[in-house]
Design a protein around this ligand. Structure first.
Ligand SMILES: Nc1ncnc2c1ncn2[C@@H]1O[C@H](COP(=O)(O)OP(=O)(O)OP(=O)(O)O)[C@@H](O)[C@H]1O
Length: 399
């Protein structure tokens, strides 16, 4: 079990990890997800004992480990730039941690059996006599992971271990790593900035931004119930458009979500709220193309761009809604009250800042053309609203 309590790291006056508390349960596969530079590696390095925290605690198996040296922590770490010893074979590389630990106390034959077992897990058993220079990038990566795990670590830390390999191999390797970590029931903390990777692998995800934890939850919770506007914008299997809106509620309690040029009516958008300015997250998975004359919660616009992904199309639809720049979701903007500019009308053909454009999935067979009218049905149950400071406004379904 790995735990951090208010773990903090500052370089000079710059706080890069800010009071991070999390617990990775025994055998759990936890992914730390966040943009580049948000402090992911620094957290891992503090857990591994390669970096001293400025304050806070690292707790391993219920013991405060701050004073333990890296070697005594019993955690294995695989780095982005995994380094194998070039003059040693794969077998010698994988065996190295065992030979150091046992220092002759255990027989070479026992250690070699273990090396072959672990190499078998990672599909490199046939390559053990080669040196790193004779291995492909993916094979080297597997050897590095095998070496990290050979000592039965009590915890396994992986720092974007797949960033060096091509996309196809990465998918295959990450599945293998996740399967093995589960099979071996080793407590794992895996760092990535790739949300697809995080959603695919994790038991739970920690979403990190500027050194702070934004949300901890299962992939399902993080993507379907984001805690704040940053998480909503960063995670989710599809694109997210943030637009400005305002809520009006009539006496009977039904609401209008005013999106400037267009509006959505709902009997349950926001009971009890009136004329609040909100930020509305419209994700691709809440949007569905419908015939242009469709009624109901529908937004209309014109096709501005079509991305052909082979199996489906992503249709960009200019709707005249007023976008909110992604910078709004930054913690600095939020600390200063998340200033959202008042409604401004923007020309539909303003392509320089395509904010406010919806991105909608369409079947591969269809042929939407640029400039064509397009209508999109909005699933109001999947629309997220945020207040001016970026906090989620939760909508209670009416009984
Ligand atoms: N030794 C150091 N001295 C000063 N600043 C540092 C040091 N190490 C890291 N930083 C800064 O701390 C911040 C967090 O770095 P860290 O490597 O943890 O980020 P990360 O989320 O792992 O990024 P990436 O995904 O790009 O690897 C960065 O802004 C980085 O520039």
């Amino acid at each position: 079990m790995i735990e951090t309590r208010e773990l903090t790291k500052a370089y000079g006056r710059r706080v890069v990890v800010d009071a991070v508390s999390m617990a990775v349960g025994p055998g759990e596969f936890m992914v730390v997800l966040g943009p580049s530079g948000c402090g992911k590696s620094t957290i891992l390095r503090m857990i591994a004992g390669l970096e001293d925290p400025t304050s806070g605690e690292v707790v391993l198996d219920n013991r405060v480990a701050n004073q333990l040296s890296a070697r005594d922590r019993g955690v294995a770490m695989v780095f982005q730039d995994f380094a194998l010893y070039p003059h040693l074979t794969a077998r010698e590389n994988i065996a190295m941690p065992l030979r150091i630990a046992h220092a002759g106390a255990r027989s070479l034959a026992d250690d070699m059996r273990r090396v072959e077992q672990v190499a078998g897990y990672f599909g490199v058993a046939d390559l053990l006599d080669r040196k790193p220079g004779q291995l492909s990038g993916g094979q080297r990566q597997r050897v590095a992971v095998a070496r990290a795990i050979v000592r039965d670590p009590r915890a396994f830390l992986l720092d974007e271990p797949l960033s060096q390999v091509d996309a196809h191999l990465r998918q295959q390797l990450r599945r293998e790593i996740a399967r093995l970590a589960r099979r071996l029931r080793v407590t794992t903390l895996y760092v990535t900035h790739d949300q697809q990777e995080a959603l695919a692998l994790a038991d739970r995800i920690v979403v990190l931004e500027s050194g702070r934890v934004r949300q901890i939850g299962t992939p399902q919770e993080i993507s379907s119930d984001p805690a704040d506007v940053f998480v909503a914008g960063f995670v989710g299997a599809a694109r997210t458009t943030l637009v400005q809106g305002a809520v009006y509620t009539d006496r009977r309690g039904s609401s209008v979500l005013d999106l400037g040029e267009q509006a959505l009516n709902s009997d349950r958008v926001l009971p009890g709220r009136h004329t609040d300015r909100v930020v509305v997250a419209l994700r691709t998975d809440a949007l569905r193309p419908v015939p242009v004359d469709a009624e109901g919660p529908v937004l209309r616009g014109t096709v501005s761009f079509v991305e052909d992904l082979g199996a489906e199309l992503l249709v960009h639809v200019a709707t005249g809604l007023v976008g909110v720049p992604a910078a709004y979701a930054s913690p600095d903007a939020q600390r200063s009250g998340g200033r959202v500019a008042p409604h401004q009308r923007r020309p539909l053909d303003d392509l320089e800042e395509p904010f406010g454009e919806l991105v909608v999935r369409a079947p591969a067979g269809t042929r939407p053309r640029v400039g064509e009218a397009f209508a999109v049905e909005v699933d109001l149950d999947r629309v997220f609203l945020f207040d001016r400071s970026g906090g989620r406004i939760r909508v209670e379904a009416e009984a």
